[in-house]
Design a protein around this ligand. Structure first.
Ligand code: GLY
Ligand code: MN
Ligand code: MN
Length: 426
């Protein structure tokens, strides 16, 4: 087990306190691990099984079919699936997961005669649906605890950042005109796997030249050209804990003046936003700080023809910075980022799915970007909406640029922000 008994005990204790506040006597919360998903037409083949993060975080177990039950009368009771003889023969058995046999759970629930059962995690019956109102309240109380990273999690993220750094060091000397996006991906991924990553936490993004303006560019066979910028957004992963990092390299090692200006603008936006990552600050403020800095840079370049305030209020800045400044990260690349939020509010033209007040212990990506995206810039409606804010005759000179994003993972510490991925050179 990656996490010690005392770490797991402490997580259960914190969760039980949070659940006690929303649970009535005679009710039970069932936290489900889930089960493997079969591949269509794949006979006995399944997609790789990943335990639901709520269950894995709580128990440290990675085994399918487990349930951890919480009630005020019994506290936590673990039900797990014993390893079968067939599994031992084909798969070796894996780590033991102590607990009552899951087959006894139905009888236990009947005997206890709970008034209500609430489900968290991957519960097969409600798979893919939003929980009902009461269940959402239970989940939110649980997530609130899970959002605060414990020391063991932060230590693990530091270790994973070190692994990712090996990949970034490798590609920083590998990138040059003539190599393809796919080759850069292979160099990065093979290096981090060698250094201890178990898998990639998300599809690695490599965008060279104008592909840098595709926010989630899949590595293609495009060959890096003289003078290109190369954007890589890739991480590393141990048991679904991960880092999410973006860096931009110049194919010829040095950036030209235009590239340096945008790059420095984004670095400065990121620095301003990271500085705000302190307990009590609204995440929207962190976003707006980056938007402001990018607007200033684009005003210097005469791409924006309005004030910084107007660029933000009108949303014009979102033509160049169209996404939120970041998200919660840690246990998976999108960690429990905020309460259920079906109608995210817009700030400076970007919809923020994460719209919370920061607390000590939160772990956030801070990833401002500045892109010249053809689909947005050549859209007649965008041109007309922002005809007074954007000098289009200047802006279109940048259509061949691509984009710059810089991303780090920031721990909101009690005494200030701590960049856990800062060791990766910029
Ligand atoms: N790696 C994708 C993202 O930054 O959200
Ligand atoms: Mn990210
Ligand atoms: Mn990323």
């Amino acid at each position: 087990m990656l996490f010690s008994d005392s770490v797991i005990k402490n997580r259960k204790l914190k969760s039980s306190k949070a659940l006690d506040a929303v649970l009535r006597e005679g009710e039970v919360v069932l936290v489900h691990s889930g089960g493997p998903i079969g591949k269509p037409g794949g006979l006995d083949q399944t997609y790789e099984f990943l335990p639901h993060p709520d269950y894995y975080w709580l128990t440290g177990f990675r085994r399918e079919g487990g349930v951890s039950a919480y009630s005020k009368s019994h506290s936590w009771v673990d039900f797990t699936r014993p390893v079968s003889r067939v599994e031992k023969i084909w798969e070796g058995g894996g780590h033991p997961c102590p607990g009552e046999n899951i087959e006894k759970m139905e009888d236990w629930l009947k005997k206890e005669n709970f008034k209500s059962k609430y489900h968290i995690g991957q519960h097969t019956e409600s798979l893919g649906t939003n929980p009902h109102k009461d269940e959402r309240q239970i989940l939110e109380a649980f997530n609130e605890v899970r959002r605060i990273k414990d020391d063991a999690e932060i230590q693990l993220i530091r270790k994973i950042a070190g692994i990712a750094n090996e990949g970034y060091k490798k590609i920083s000397s590998y990138i040059r005109p003539g190599v393809t996006e796919r080759q850069i991906q292979i160099e990065y991924e093979s290096e981090v796997l060698r250094a201890g990553s178990e898998k990639m936490p998300y599809g690695s993004i490599v965008g060279t030249g104008t592909n840098g303006a595709i926010l989630h560019a899949s590595p293609s066979s495009r060959i890096v050209k003289d003078g290109d910028l190369v954007l890589i957004d890739a991480g590393a992963d141990i048991e679904d804990y991960c880092v999410d990092i973006t860096r931009v390299f110049a194919a010829n090692k040095t950036m030209n003046e235009r590239q340096r200006k945008i790059y420095e603008t984004v670095v400065s936006a990121q620095t301003k936003s990271i500085e705000l990552c302190r307990p009590g600050i609204e995440w929207s403020e962190v976003h707006l700080a980056s938007a402001r800095e990018i607007a200033k840079g684009l005003m210097d370049l005469k791409i924006l023809s309005c004030s910084v305030d107007e660029a933000l209020e009108s949303g014009a800045i979102s033509v160049f910075f169209p996404h939120g400044v970041g998200h919660m990260v840690g246990l998976k690349v999108r960690d429990v980022g905020g309460p259920f939020n079906p109608n995210p509010k817009s700030y400076a033209g970007a919809k923020l799915r994460v719209d919370i007040k920061l607390k000590a212990g939160h772990l956030m990506t801070v990833e401002p970007g500045c892109y010249f995206i053809e689909t947005l810039m050549n859209d007649p409606e965008t041109r007309s909406t922002f005809k007074n804010q954007i000098k289009w005759s200047e802006a279109e000179k940048w259509l061949d640029f691509g984009g710059v994003r810089i991303e780090d993972d920031i721990h909101v510490g009690t005494s200030g922000p701590e960049n856990l991925t800062g060791l990766v050179a910029k």
